[in-house]
Design a protein around this ligand. Structure first.
Ligand SMILES: [Zn+2]
Length: 63
């Protein structure tokens, strides 16, 4: 199972599982796939993927 969610910037590893927004400034948010929703805990797989993406983005910038 894999959900492909695209973001312009790498989202916070603890960001909302639907839109990637950080909990403290999420509030009510709209995404096409989920509609209006409140912050929801990301899955462990999402956290891991985001952390990996962050590391990859950092590495790309350094080189
Ligand atoms: Zn959200």
């Amino acid at each position: 199972m894999s959900a492909v969610i695209r973001h312009q910037a790498t989202p916070d590893p603890d960001g909302c599982r639907w839109c990637g927004d950080a909990r403290h400034h999420h509030g009510r948010s709209y995404v096409a796939s989920q509609g209006v929703h409140f912050w929801e805990q990301p899955t462990n797989a999402q956290r891991l993927a985001r952390m990996r993406a962050r590391r990859a983005a950092r590495t790309r910038k350094e080189t």
